[in-house]
Unconditional design. Sequence first.
Length: 331
Amino acid sequence: MKKISILVPIGAVLGSIEGPRQVFSEVNKHLIRLGKEPMFEIKLTGLTKEVSITNDLYKIHPDKLISEISKTDLIIIPAIDGDIKSIIELNRDYYDWVTEHYHKGAEVASLCVGAFLLASTGLLKGKSCATHWLSANEFKKMFPDVRLVEDKIITDENGIYSSGGAFSYLNLILYLVEKYAGRDIALFMARAFQIDIERRSQSPFIIFNGQKDHEDLIVKKAQELIESNPGEKYSVDQIALKFAIGRRNLERRFKKATSNTIIEYVQRVRIEAAKQNLETTANNVNEVMYGVGYSDPKAFRMTFKKYTGMSPIQYRAKYNKEYSMNLNELN
């Protein structure tokens, strides 16, 4: 039987504790209905016998303290809510325990912004990781030695897993169910909990808000210039000249402050403007393309898909209410 330890950290989000517990418990029930042995032993695992979460709205009584668990096969780190740095410090006693059990053979999975706690163990250094797209900039600043993949819902590297934002953690839980119990069981759980099992990207949900939590005034002015008119075709040299700064110096400072190159920033601002246009207007795709500074349809489609995971036409069909209603009427 595989032993699962779901951590109950201070500042945890209740749903990301109860969600995994429910899914793994349902796997056991389903196996019993099939005349098979249950597969998982699930324990809520804490630092104390009682943990208050969500501003003391809920109290959780873990099944075990970390000191009482000598062996575990899978450690799940749930999402957290509140001041990240304070929560990291409050849960410091978990980190050596997680690291020790990982080196003894346990696998470790973080859910959503639980990635901050996983990264604090040092186990993610040099590895890929996903988290909620809203927390991406803060994560990059705090853990520059981790390869954050903003668009992914699931990462799997050397027995360490992570998930994208919010309820997409359920996709990771299904991924683990499939790994341990097989595809058929995972498909049953997907149907039982009504989860889209094949979803692997959070790109369609990302809203790009340029990283402005920095003190570099020249970079902020460059950001404002780019954002003020997404359709304007500024080159890096033109931006540097406008602010009387060398190109290489501007590129270095821009990357340091925003975690994006200038070209990436321009692309993301343009695609964000295109998304808004596709969501709210009846402009055709070519009109949208020209409006945000692209003249090559292929380049526009490729860049749009890079940042959203779908084509402009697919995006409009999914997110433009009037367009979707018209399609439904035609059908």
